[in-house]
Design a protein around this ligand. Structure first.
Ligand code: NAD
Length: 384
């Protein structure tokens, strides 16, 4: 992935910035926009809040609210059918990573003759499709910045990855006002997803100066703000900081990639139906502990940037303190240490699939190689 050039979307940032994005959609001359979202966000009034100004500009909206957490091919295909039937000329995603990921594939396949199942994998998207605009309502996945969509194959209980620079949205709004009512457990889990992106991309062998700057900034901001955002969802400045950090982390990992935490979390999420952020949070301290003996300098860099430890600490101590700080943060925001739904007979499957994902052709540029039995031992640590 090293030599792929990934575009960046046009970004409107700050509380209320979704109005600026709606204005831009008007300026770009769209006539009818497919809004991809979920029923909860319609019920909460967030979809109306964002799209009201499109109607004022004379732009029609068609709502597709059939997205569920970890969207599957059926949901994506239903969105494509609605988009084509209504002759929409752009796609606007409002929601968490699930709505954004579904919308990115809907836009690609509605504006071209491509089918979602045929573009699974790396760099299989032939043409760009319809323009994609994203308004994230969680601060976690960073999907608004990435060239990735994750679609679940419900039958095989696996997550499929569609990775291509053509999936990067055209424009996004990081509007923290839409996150003020995000429930504390979802704030916590999605925030740990963003932290995992920040840390894994910082430890990646493919990190560049640019991605590292973004990864370190994201990790620092998250350590400083996630607890406040969870404790008081209405804390606007903590929400704004988290929205920005999630975007930075997404921009970093879409180039530098992620690592074993994601390799394991994807399997746990798909097999046991655990939210993605929570699955990442369960594995993060254990994988960091595994890295500690050989990756202390890279881990120390994250600690130093985030103000963890003191100036006299050695790299080994700073690496150890990073693991402790991750555990402390998880505990403070109510993240469990074990997965209640995980069964002992699923451990080997999760480990085998994690190794396959992490070590494949487009595997993760991890800083230390993990063997299958080491992976199994880590998965066993989160058994109830
Ligand atoms: P999500 O989109 O599944 O949303 C979780 C829940 O939060 C939903 O029930 C939703 O209705 C609710 N919600 C969202 N915003 C809300 C708000 N402002 N107020 C109240 N409720 C709100 O969760 P997510 O963690 O954002 O996304 C997870 C998905 O993203 C997974 O499928 C994962 O695989 C994928 N993902 C994609 C990328 C990428 O780069 N494309 C990266 C990481 C994860």
């Amino acid at each position: 992935m090293k030599f792929i050039s990934v575009p960046a979307p046009l970004v409107y940032a700050g509380a209320g910035s979704s109005s600026a994005l709606m204005q831009a959609i008007g300026n770009f001359g769209h006539q009818r926009v497919l809004v991809v979202t979920d029923k909860m966000l319609v019920e909460l009034g967030l979809v109306k809040q964002v799209t009201a100004s499109l109607a004022e500009q004379g732009i029609d909206t068609v709502i597709y609210d059939g997205v569920l957490p970890d969207p599957d091919f059926g949901q994506v295909n239903a969105g494509i059918a609605s988009c084509k039937q209504n002759r929409c000329d752009a796609v606007l995603a409002i929601g968490g990573g699930s709505a954004l990921d579904a919308a990115k594939v809907i836009a690609i396949c509605s504006g071209s003759d491509q089918e979602p199942a045929n573009i699974v994998g790396y760099f299989n998207v032939k043409s760009r499709g319809l323009p994609i605009y994203c308004v994230p309502t969680t601060a976690g996945t960073g999907s608004e910045a990435t060239m990735v969509s994750v679609v679940t194959d419900a039958q095989a209980e696996t997550k499929c990855f569609i990775v291509d620079p053509k999936l990067v949205p055209d424009a996004v709004a990081l509007d923290a006002d839409l996150m003020l009512k995000l429930p504390a457990p979802i704030t916590a889990a999605t925030g740990m997803d963003a932290l995992t992106h920040a840390i894994e991309s910082a430890l990646s062998r493919e990190a560049s100066e640019d991605t590292l700057r973004k990864s370190l900034a994201a990790a620092r901001i998250i350590f400083q703000n996630l607890e406040s955002a969870v404790a008081d969802g209405g804390n606007r400045s903590a929400r704004e900081a988290m929205a920005l950090a999630s975007y930075y982390a997404g921009s970093a990992f879409t180039i530098a990639n992620v690592g074993y935490v994601h390799g394991m979390a994807h399997q746990l999420g798909a097999l046991c139906h655990l939210p993605h952020g929570l699955a990442n949070a369960l594995f993060l301290p254990h994988v960091l502990d595994f890295y500690r003996d050989t990756c202390a300098p890279q881990m120390a860099r994250i600690s130093k940037s985030a103000g963890i430890g003191s100036a006299n600490d050695s790299d080994d101590i700073l690496a150890e303190k990073l693991v402790e700080r991750v555990k402390e943060l998880s505990q403070a925001i109510g993240i469990p240490t074990h997965a209640d739904v995980l069964k002992p007979d699923q451990v080997a499957t999760i480990a085998a699939r994690a190794m396959k994902e992490s070590h494949g052709l487009y595997g993760y540029p991890v800083p230390k190689y993990m063997r299958g039995e080491e992976c199994e031992a880590i998965v066993r640590k989160i058994l109830p």
